[in-house]
Design a binder for this molecule. Sequence first.
Ligand code: NAD
Ligand code: UD1
Length: 354
Amino acid sequence: MHKTTLITGGAGYIGSHTTLTLIDAGRQVLVLDNLCNSCRESLARLEYLTRRRVDFIEGDIRDSRLLDDIFSRYDIDAVVHFAGLKSVEESVRKPLDYYANNVVGTLNLCHAMARFEVFKLVFSSSATVYGAPRQIPLIEDLGAGKPINPYGRTKLLIEELLTDLCLSDPRWTIAVLRYFNPIGAHDSGLIGENPNGKPNNLLPCLTRVAMRQVPELMVYGSDYPTVDGTCVRDYVHVVDLADGHLRALRALQNTNGIHVWNLGTGIGHSVLQVIHSFEDITGITIPLRFAPRRDGDIAECWADPTKAGRELGWYAQRDLMQMIIDTWRWQMCNPHGYRSQPGLAASIALKQWV
Ligand code: NAD
Ligand code: UD1
C-alpha cells in the first residue's frame, strides 16, 4: 500500500494547489481541514481536475483523539502543515485564537506525529518572521527578526518549537518554508484564493475594484523611499509555491534536522507597478486613492531564493504577468469565490480569455 501524505489545511488557498501538485506527482494524500476558512467545493474541484477521489476528513488539528484515529488508520509518512489562521489584522484583535490555533494546534500535531513515529514535516511559515528587514534581499541565514504582530509571532514561535524538536531527537526532519507574497491561481480557473469576508491583501482588493464590487482601491502610502513611493513586495505564484512543497518533501527523504527555505521570486514590485500591470493586461482602469500608510507595513521586502534553488532545485517559473492573468481568470470564473459554482461551461468559456 502507498504511504500517505497528510495535508492539514489542504482545502485552503495554498493547501488546495499543493494537494493538486502532490496528486499529480503520484502521491497518496489525505486532507484534514476544519473548513473554518475554506469549503468542500475546493476539494470537489480538485477531484474534477485530478479525476481522483480526494480523501478528506473534516476536523481540527487541536483534536488529539481525532489525530490519533487518523494516524492509526492511515499509513502516514509525512505531514504538510498549512492549517492555521492567517489574518494579521484579526490576530491583533484575537490573539488568543491565533496562539491557540497556530501554536497549540501545531504542538498538538507534533505530539501526535511523535506518538506514531512520523517525523517528516513541511511547515508553512512566512516572510513576516523577518520583521522589519535589516537588509534586502532577505536571506535565511540572517535569522528571524522581530515580527510586529501576533500572527507573525505565532509563526516565529512555531519555527522555534520545531527547531527545539529537531535538536531533541535526530529522527525529526523538518522543512520550514517562508513564503513571500503568494498570489495567482491554477490556470484552469477552478481553484484560487477565496477570502472570507473583507480582504486585506493587495490582489483580492484590486480584483474586487476591477469587478466593480468596490468603487476604488486604497493605496496605503505614497511617500516610502521606494521606486515610486509605494511599498515593494515579492509576489510569488501559488502554483510555484505548490511545487516548492513537493520538492521539500522529496528533499526530506535524504536529510535530517531542520531546513529553512525562502520561497519568493527574488524580484520586488511596487503597489503601483502591480496596479499598472493589471490595467495593461486586462484593459480595465482601476480607480485608486492614496491613503495614509497602513500600520505595520514595511517599505520593501523581497527574497533571496538562492538557497531553495541550490538545495531544492526550486525556481519560481511564473512572472508577475502570469500571476495577474491567472488571478483574473479565477476571479472572472468565480466572482463570488467558490459560492459562484461556475460549472464546467464557465471554465471552458474563460479558458479562451487569454
Ligand atoms: P487558508 O486560510 O486559505 O488555508 C488554511 C486552511 O487551514 C483553511 O482551509 C482552514 O479552514 C484550515 N484551518 C485553519 N485552522 C485549522 C485547524 N485548527 N484545524 C484544521 N484546519 C484548520 O490560508 P492559506 O493562504 O492557504 O495559508 C496556508 C498557510 O500558509 C497558513 O498557515 C498561513 O499562515 C501560511 N501563509 C500564508 C500566506 C498567504 O499570503 N496566503 C503567506 C505566508 C504564510
Ligand atoms: C501581509 C501581512 C503578512 C502576511 C501577508 C500574506 C501585514 C502587515 N502583513 O503582507 O504578514 O504574511 O499579508 O497574507 O498585514 N495594499 C494597498 N491597498 C490594499 C491592500 C494592500 O495599498 O488595499 C498594499 C499594502 O500596503 C502593502 C502591499 O499592498 O504595501 C501588499 O499588501 P498585502 O497584500 O496585504 O501583503 P503584505 O502587507 O506584504
